[in-house]
Design a protein around this ligand. Structure first.
Ligand SMILES: Cc1cc2nc3c(=O)[nH]c(=O)nc-3n(C[C@H](O)[C@H](O)[C@H](O)COP(=O)(O)OP(=O)(O)OC[C@H]3O[C@@H](n4cnc5c(N)ncnc54)[C@H](O)[C@@H]3O)c2cc1C
Length: 386
């Protein structure tokens, strides 16, 4: 049996960033991952809008400065449209910040984290590896990998995504509410410049976002009912581009496909208990949120920041797996997670609620647009400034 202080199952963005955040700690860490990240040949269709609060977190990890600046675009303006003339505009200039967020590819971050993890002195990587059995003893979590290797640690962290093996093996409940929608993602070149603007349209058939990539390129996330998502993905490239351009009111002119569309099923997932004796969950293992507000990994990074600072500050004589300690992490993250899940879900319902609510929700957007104080409060919340 190999002994560690901490075992992390899942080396995606949440798990690998947790390992990095504990680089200078005294903890001996094992990271178990089934497959290492790969750099795609072209542009990755999986992109993230990273909030300034999380840019600061990635700077503190030392990862931000190593990311390829040629593959990242700042968001300086946002335009949100309702389905009946409602409109809301934000700008970094009006909000007194250099940018509202950054758009970057998932694989760009994942590969950077992974390369750093490989060089980390207090980290042992088990990859490719998958967990086979988990046992919680009074003094340790014992994880048997499928190849027969046995690891033990005071604490095991599940960072293995929304279908978390760890969460299930530990018997922690997850309340899933499928949206009946998929998020269609794809990248395009555009004939018109985006001027670092992100657009979002709340439509009868879902929510479409145009997100700026460097140069005359952009990425979309179109969350729409399952059948329409499948139909969109089945369109020939030219017809797909025309459909996306028409849905986006032609704001970026003609579109040409850079990366073919892919669709991800969407669901709301609430996990009432994200800790147990010798166990904590972070990232998508701990929550699922609709992508319309782009908060998924942003919530995950804040989980990691909170848990890492708690673990790093724990004196050597205190048991890292003590559930009383872990509950401090759970309490610290619960409010923001529930608030954002609720707000995002509420927004989606409001714009799905049919014609009766139409005028009201669009008036709401227009009213908010006319109220600088409310707008600034919204921007500050989205930036993670509260
Ligand atoms: C369409 C769409 C658009 C999105 N847009 C945004 C956005 O703009 N901004 C944003 O913040 N979020 C966004 N998200 C959410 C974001 O993708 C997730 O929040 C994020 O990927 C979660 O990271 P994670 O590390 O927690 O989990 P994952 O990315 O799922 O990583 C889990 C890791 O664990 C490994 N693993 C899993 N099971 C095992 C096992 N049994 N053994 C070993 N390893 C295992 C996997 O290989 C993987 O590396 C979007 C999601 C969707 C679907």
């Amino acid at each position: 049996m190999q002994h560690f202080d901490l075992i992390i199952v899942g080396g995606g963005l949440a798990g690998a960033s947790l390992a990095l955040a504990l680089r200078d700690s005294r903890l001996r860490i094992a990271l178990v991952e089934s497959r290492p990240p790969v750099v795609p040949a072209g542009w990755d269709a999986r992109i993230y809008a990273i909030s300034p609060a999380n840019v600061a977190f990635l700077e503190a990890l030392g990862a931000w400065k190593h990311l390829n600046a040629q593959r990242m675009a700042p968001i300086r303006h946002m335009q949100i449209f309702g389905d009946a003339g409602g409109r809301l505009n934000f700008s970094a200039y009006d909000s007194g910040v250099p940018e509202l967020g950054w758009i970057l590819e998932s694989s760009l971050m994942a590969c950077e984290f992974w390369e750093s993890a490989k060089r980390q002195a207090n980290l042992t990587l088990f990859c490719p590896a998958a967990p086979g059995a988990l046992e919680f003893r009074h003094d340790a979590a014992v994880l048997r990998l499928q190849d027969g290797t046995v690891l033990s640690a005071r604490l095991l962290v599940g960072a293995d995504g929304r279908d978390s093996w760890t969460r299930q093996a530990a018997g922690l409940a997850a309340i899933n509410t499928p949206y009946g929608e998929k998020g269609v993602v794809a990248n395009f070149t555009t004939t018109l410049a985006h001027r670092n603007t992100a657009w979002q349209w709340f439509r009868d058939d879902g929510v479409l976002a145009y997100l700026p990539l460097p140069g005359n390129r952009m990425s979309i996330v179109w969350s729409t009912p399952d059948e329409q998502a499948d139909a969109l993905c089945a369109l020939p490239p030219v017809a797909f581009c025309e459909t996306v351009s028409a849905a986006g009111e032609g704001v970026l002119g003609g579109l040409e496909l850079l990366t073919p569309p892919a669709a991800f099923p969407l669901r709301l997932m609430r996990v009432p208990e994200t800790v147990a004796p010798r166990l904590a969950l972070v990232g998508d293992a701990a929550h699922g949120i609709h992508p319309l507000s782009g908060h998924g990994i942003n919530l995950g990074f804040q989980d990691v920041k909170e848990l890492a600072s708690l673990l790093a500050a724990t004196p050597p004589w205190q048991d890292l797996g003590d559930v009383r300690l872990l509950r401090r992490y759970q309490r610290a993250r619960r409010e923001e997670t529930l608030l954002l899940q609720g707000a995002t879900d509420g927004l989606r319902r409001l714009f799905k609620s049919g014609a009766a609510m139409g005028p009201l929700r669009n008036v709401g957007l227009n009213l908010t647009n006319g109220l600088p104080f409310v707008k600034n409060a919204l921007v500050r919340y989205a930036l993670g400034a509260f």
